[in-house]
Design a protein around this ligand. Structure first.
Ligand code: ZN
Length: 404
């Protein structure tokens, strides 16, 4: 599985989402400003003011203030809000190709969406559009409530200021909802597609959490990125998660404005290699070190040095009580020794390489491998000397030989 490719696709999907949102927000802001100005003008024409530009406490004014919500709603419609929302939601279809690319990067066949799938997604699109349109109704309601407290004697400037602030909330609220809606829809495409794969497999598959990993990442997402870095979660496990904001973590991720998505974890289908239990002659051959030839050259060793062994004595050392944290991570130690993400030199011993494989954002599996030296007996192999879990800041970049 090409992790970097998946991250690139996720990045491009996110940029498409961002630009769709940006366009929506720009038009939305202009539209709200227009509708707000027209509403205020209509209200002012109807209101009876005293000589000092204050509201008069008449029954007619009270009735006009009750319209502060309804007029705004009709002006938003006239300004083209429903069409803007439809166009925005209609553009969600542009996200399908990213899902197709994701499947390709995962080495999976394209998914044929059934008519039922398409209808279900269209239904969800309609619901999301409805929710975004509904923002105007709730803003209008809130404006009407505020206006109800403006009684006789309120300066008209104060009233229009107050209403303009209320109407202006449409942009922020609809924008936030639009943001959540488009990412939710992208996850819904993935959800449907991966479910088809799950059915075809006839077995529970696992999912890995993908997306930005920076200071803005909330703890819920941060923890999931870390938790799924080594092994994905099943749908049942994901369904038990709670982001504290929105239901259905598969579709809503970390909640409002979250940019993370679930991607099928194809690693789960590869059987992890078990830690050797038998050491005939004192050692076990575990496999081959999969790094480019340039890495071997950098250490001055021959192609035979790829063959990797583990001695009974070192196995005992690595799995000793002192290294308790490794007792359940045997397969990952082997994985790091054979398919490291990065290779370093040791400060003192030129015969050993330090192999790192990422476990999470902050932790690395760190395996010390002694290379088979040129001219050594033909029966000798490279071998694992020790292993432990290391922290991010321990990576000595100056001694780095290779990065995957
Ligand atoms: Zn997130």
């Amino acid at each position: 599985m090409d992790t970097r490719k998946l991250i690139t696709i996720a990045g491009r999907a996110n940029r498409t989402i961002d630009s769709a949102l940006q366009a929506f927000l720009e038009e939305l802001n202009a539209l709200v400003a227009r509708a707000s100005a027209r509403t205020l003008a209509r209200l002012q024409r109807k209101l009876e003011l005293g000589a000092d530009d204050r509201l008069q406490g008449t029954a007619g004014n009270a009735a006009t203030l009750r319209l502060a919500g309804r007029i705004f709603q009709s002006e938003m419609e006239r300004a083209g809000y429903p069409e803007l929302v439809d166009a925005f939601v209609g553009s969600f279809g542009r996200l399908f190709p990213f899902f197709e690319e994701t499947l390709e990067a995962l080495g999976l066949e394209a998914v044929k969406f059934s008519r039922e799938d398409r209808e279900a997604l269209a239904g969800q699109q309609a619901n999301l559009a409805e929710a975004i349109r509904g923002v105007v109704r709730s803003v209008a309601e809130a404006a009407k409530r505020r206006a109800a407290f403006s009684v006789g004697g309120t300066p008209i400037a104060e009233l229009t200021e107050l209403l303009a602030v209320e109407y202006g909330k449409t942009a922020a609220q609809a924008g936030g909802l639009a943001d959540t809606a488009i990412t939710t829809f992208y996850r819904a495409i993935q959800d449907r597609g991966f479910q088809r794969i799950e059915e075809a497999n006839g077995a529970a598959v696992r999912y890995r959490y993908y997306g930005p990993d920076d200071v803005l990442t909330r703890p819920f997402c941060d923890e999931l990125l870390e938790r799924t870095a080594r092994r994905g979660l099943t749908r049942a496990e994901i369904d038990r998660l709670d982001n504290g904001q929105l239901p259905n973590v598969f579709l809503t991720g970390g909640g409002y404005r979250c940019r993370h998505t679930w991607v099928l974890d194809t690693r789960a289908e590869e059987q992890p290699q078990a830690w050797p239990s038998e050491f005939p002659g004192g050692f076990a051959v575990v496999g081959e070190i999969d790094v480019p030839a340039g890495v071997l050259e950098a250490f001055g060793v021959e192609p035979q040095a790829r063959e990797l062994a583990l001695t009974e004595e070192r196995s005992g050392h690595i799995m000793s009580d002192r290294h308790r944290e490794l007792q359940t991570l045997g397969s990952f130690v082997l994985e790091a020794a054979m398919r490291p993400d990065e290779v370093y030199r040791n400060r003192k011993d030129p015969q050993v390489g330090i192999f790192l494989k990422r476990m999470s954002d902050r932790r690395w599996m760190r395996v010390v491998v002694r290379w088979r030296q040129p001219g050594e007996d033909a029966s000798y192999r490279s071998s694992i000397l020790s292993a432990r879990v290391g922290k991010e800041q321990e990576r000595a970049v100056s001694r780095r030989v290779w990065v995957r």
